[in-house]
Structure formats: structure tokens, C-alpha cells
Design a protein around this ligand. Structure first.
Ligand SMILES: NC(=O)c1ccc[n+]([C@@H]2O[C@H](COP(=O)([O-])OP(=O)(O)OC[C@H]3O[C@@H](n4cnc5c(N)ncnc54)[C@H](O)[C@@H]3O)[C@@H](O)[C@H]2O)c1
Length: 357
């Protein structure tokens, strides 16, 4: 499409995450929310009235709207594949919420459909855009850490039992619920984004605080990275009241720690002039979903959607490609396999079939 034209967005799914997309689109020059679609008609109607756009009650109706250039797939996780493939086949660019899909095969089908249709396929893994993460990424690329030794993610969150029963899919493993693929996915993603490929995973999954829910609400995993470093992922939704996530990177020559969206430790053997400014990154007071599912800011979504707007104009690539999100999915699937068998799992994953019941 011509670069001067407004990019029209259509949201598929009018649930919890949809307002984060709608508010982001409203805040972006050259982007417009055209329509919102949901099979729960009253949800689509209510949101359309709130944000001043059209309401549709099916994906087909949304795809038939010529003003929609980008479809944001905001449905439960097991429904991403079919919606993304249909949207790509209809010639729409696609921005799907995480995880891209429930399996590598489904993700590959989405990638193939987008490629065949010549449209962009992006994934919302918005934590990557946090300033401390970008600073860590740059320092790793510059070699400031020296030999990388350790990179960990700690997600000690709290979700009520009511949260798990607020929509049927939130307590259904086959729909992509569970702390590993649903909540910790963002932070597993940050580790692979920063550290590169994971070579081996050993995981243990338990239910510490939600006995009525037949899912893991807690994960502990050991990671061996391809670069020789090691790491742990500790993630739970059972730890009241929920505290800020922490991403920690240690190298022979430096250590960096982000808590929530704030840099709390930034120390290198060789100090640089910009380091004092980097230590101030993040505001600290911004919620990052530790205590509740909608308890966070939409600024990071906005950055991802801004890049998708540019991509739809032919001016850029999506910020997070499906190829890069696929790597995170592979690690999460390996964690499920390892937890089930009690064995360490080597990557790349040889057989993904034994993951879901
Ligand atoms: N990036 C983030 O931080 C973040 C946070 C929360 C959720 N998410 C992701 O967003 C997605 C949606 O999560 P949510 O919490 O908003 O779920 P939700 O249950 O609140 O909303 C999903 C909506 O999709 C609708 N829907 C279901 N099937 C449909 C279909 N076939 N066609 C059209 N609409 C359909 C439902 O009626 C519901 O309104 C999930 O993939 C989730 O992982 C991402």
C-alpha cells in the first residue's frame, strides 16, 4: 500500500488484551482502528461503541472489510493458527498475540501462508522493547559482558483461582493455558532474545496454589545456552501478592538486572560514559502484570504496533517476526516435554507431538 495511506487495523477478539491494541492504535499517527470482531457478539458491540469503530461477529466479516489492512489476532492461543492463515490468505497483514501458536507445525503453517500471500506476520512479545532489555542486548552485542556465564528469569506472580475460571480457555491445557506457555513465555523469550539459542532444557512443573486447576501454575527450569552459559527460569502464578519479574545477565566482565521495567543493576569492569544514564532506565512505578492480568501499561504494545504500521506501509519489518517467536515456542515445548518425561531435552526439538494431552 502507498506509504501516505492510513493503515487500517481490525481486531479479532474483544477480550482482555484487545483494549491494549485499541489504545495503541489510537495513539499512532497514520493508524486507524477500523473494526473489532468477536464471536461473542456483545463483546464486539461493546468494544466497538467504546472505541468508535465497526463491530463484526465473525472472522469472515472482518476479512471482507477492504479498509482492514492488518488483522490483530487476539483470540485464545489454540485459535491463532486458523485465524492467521485465513487472514493471510485474504491478503491481510497479521499481528498475532503470543504464543504464535500451540505447535511448531502450526507456526510453520502461519509463516508459509504469510510468505505465499506476500504479507507480514508479526508476533506481540512486547517485553523485548523495554529500554533495559535493549541496553542489555546492545551490551551483549558489543561484548561488554565478556564471556557470558548466566542468564535467568524470575517471574513470581499471583493470579487468583477466579482468573483461571474467568474464561473456559484459561484453565484448558489444549487451549494453551499454563504458566509456561501463557505467562512465562515473555521471559523465556527475553532469555533467548538476549542469549541466543538454547541447547538443552531440564524442567519441572508443579501446581503450588491452584488445586482446582488442572495445569502447572509453577515452573522451574535449567537452561544450557548454545554459547556455553547456563540459566534458570523460575515462574509461578501462586506467589501472593506477586512481585516484579527479574531478568539477570552475568558475564565475566559485568552484570545487569532488570526488575519489572527498571534497570536495577548495571555494573561493568570497564565503565562507559553512558552507564549512569542506563542505570536510570525504567520508571520503576510502572506495573508489569505481577499482581493482575491487565495490570500493565500499553506503551510496549504501542511500540510493536507502530512497527507493524510501518511494515504495512512497506517501510519496515515487524519488530518481532514469527521466526524469532518460534524459537521461544520451541523452548517452551521442550520444557513441557522435559517435565513430562523427567529427562533433559536437547534442542532443536525432534518430536513435538508428545507435548499436549
Ligand atoms: N502480550 C501480552 O502481554 C498478553 C496479555 C494477555 C493476553 N495475551 C494474549 O492475547 C490473546 C487473548 O488473550 P485474552 O486474555 O484477551 O483472552 P480473552 O478470553 O479475554 O479474549 C479472547 C476473545 O476472543 C474471542 N474469541 C474466541 N474465539 C473466537 C473466534 N473464533 N473468532 C473471534 N473471536 C473469538 C472470545 O470471545 C474472547 O472475547 C492470547 O493469545 C493471550 O496469550 C497477551
Amino acid at each position: 500500500m502507498a506509504s501516505s495511506k492510513t493503515v487500517g487495523f481490525g481486531l479479532l477478539g474483544a477480550g482482555l488484551i484487545a483494549p491494549f491494541h485499541a489504545k495503541s492504535i489510537a495513539a499512532i499517527d497514520g493508524a486507524k482502528l477500523v473494526a473489532v470482531a468477536d464471536v461473542a457478539a456483545e463483546r464486539a458491540d461493546k468494544m466497538a461503541a467504546q472505541f468508535g469503530c465497526k463491530a463484526y461477529h465473525s472472522l469472515e466479516a472482518l476479512l471482507a472489510d477492504k479498509d482492514v489492512n492488518v488483522v490483530c489476532v487476539l483470540t485464545p492461543n489454540h485459535l491463532h493458527r486458523d485465524a492467521a492463515v485465513a487472514a493471510a490468505n485474504a491478503g491481510k497483514h497479521v499481528l498475532t498475540e503470543k504464543p504464535p501458536a500451540m505447535s511448531l507445525a502450526d507456526t510453520d503453517a502461519m509463516i508459509a501462508a504469510a510468505k505465499k500471500a506476500g504479507v507480514h506476520l508479526g508476533v506481540v512479545l512486547q517485553c523485548r522493547v523495554r529500554k533495559p532489555i535493549q541496553a542489555m542486548k546492545k551490551a551483549i552485542e558489543q561484548g561488554r559482558f565478556g564471556r557470558l556465564l548466566q542468564a535467568d528469569a524470575y517471574m513470581k506472580w499471583f493470579r487468583t483461582t477466579e482468573y483461571y475460571f474467568s474464561d473456559p480457555w484459561r484453565s484448558s491445557r489444549q487451549s494453551g493455558a499454563g504458566v509456561t506457555i501463557q505467562h512465562a513465555f515473555h521471559y523465556i523469550d527475553l532469555l533467548q532474545y538476549l542469549m541466543g539459542p538454547v541447547a538443552r532444557v531440564q524442567a519441572k512443573m508443579t501446581n503450588l496454589g491452584h488445586p482446582q486447576v488442572k495445569l502447572e501454575d509453577s515452573l522451574q527450569a535449567f537452561l544450557d545456552y548454545g554459547n556455553g552459559a547456563q540459566g534458570v527460569v523460575v515462574a509461578s502464578t501462586a506467589l501472593w501478592p506477586g512481585t516484579d519479574i527479574r531478568i539477570e545477565v552475568n558475564g565475566a566482565n559485568g552484570t545487569a538486572i532488570m526488575a519489572g521495567e527498571k534497570m536495577v543493576t548495571w555494573k561493568f569492569r570497564e565503565e562507559k560514559p553512558e552507564d549512569e544514564e542506563i542505570r536510570q532506565l525504567g520508571r520503576g512505578s510502572v506495573a508489569t502484570a505481577a499482581g493482575g492480568p491487565a495490570d500493565f501499561d500499553f506503551a510496549d504494545h504501542r511500540t510493536v504496533i507502530e512497527a507493524m504500521t510501518a511494515a504495512a506501509r512497506g517501510e519496515a519489518q515487524p519488530l518481532i517476526t514469527a521466526d524469532s517467536a518460534r524459537k521461544t515456542l520451541e523452548i517452551a515445548l521442550a520444557m513441557y516435554q522435559s517435565a513430562r518425561t523427567g529427562q533433559a531435552v536437547e534442542l532443536p526439538l525432534k518430536d513435538e507431538r508428545v507435548v499436549w494431552d
